[in-house]
Ligand binder design. Sequence first.
Ligand SMILES: [Zn+2]
Length: 324
Amino acid sequence: MTSPASGTDIATALPDYAPVPRSAVGPALNDQGYYVGRVERNLYWVTDGSYQSAFLTTKDGVVLFDAPPSIGGNIRRAVDEIASANGVSNKVTYLVYSHHHADHAGASSLFDKNVIRIGHEETRRLLLRDNDPARPAPEETFADRRTLKIGGERIELAWRGPNHSPDNIYIHFPDHDALMLIDIVNSGWAPISICNLSEDIPGYVAAPAIALEYPWKHFIGGHVTRLGTRDDVTLHQQYMADIDASVRKALVSVDPTPFFQKYWDNPWAAVSALFDAWTDASAAPVIEKYTGVLAAADVYTRSTTFWVMESIRLDLGYGSYVHP
Ligand SMILES: [Zn+2]
């Protein structure tokens, strides 16, 4: 019997990756592990370096947008810090959900029971289904669009079809030149596993163009250490378009025959090896192009490429073969 590996052994065995480009790095965190900054006027954003939420201070209290559990109690501290610096109310009166996922909504229950929760009707349905006490379902819902007017501030909510999740919404702040759209574009960084763990890939791929239809200067993407710009969204679009083009090339240039010859009695072994070969051929030129441009392109491009490839095959029917 071998003894279990120590933490140090595991750490030394882990692979090294390309350095994170400076362009991907945002402001430093404080001693409590968060950073809160102004987006524009009374709209603020909070980060712990991995997650982001936002809030508006208004004369009817604070409107919070998402409550990621990793930021957790620091959301309260960030709100208190800003409210006391500006002599405004720190009472959180509204909480708007971007979508139902626990990693962006799981600190919702930290806020007062009197808070009014707002979200898409599908967010309500999914949260009632998931029955997680950390994420009370929104009482106020909408189907396609809703304009919130709270304490003299205007917030435009819109559902434009499924993308990352079935219920993910666009949160536009027309008077703050800002757009919040979570889990689509990670400003300065590659998406994480399988397109930021997205369910609807045609919707995921289309979402940045919808985001760019809105007028805004500041982008709140929900992840990593800084706010985004329109250029960040465009760069992400280019990255996804390059993956798409590379996949279409690989799907018709890698010959499946040898995989089925070798594994003639085990079709799953053949499919697994073929998927790997397609993914490797598709991902390689994209990794080369974006290393040093998008942080973690060498970490995650392969996974996102696999998922785009499956969508191109299964959603779009590209390369589909009908037996004669
Ligand atoms: Zn999500």
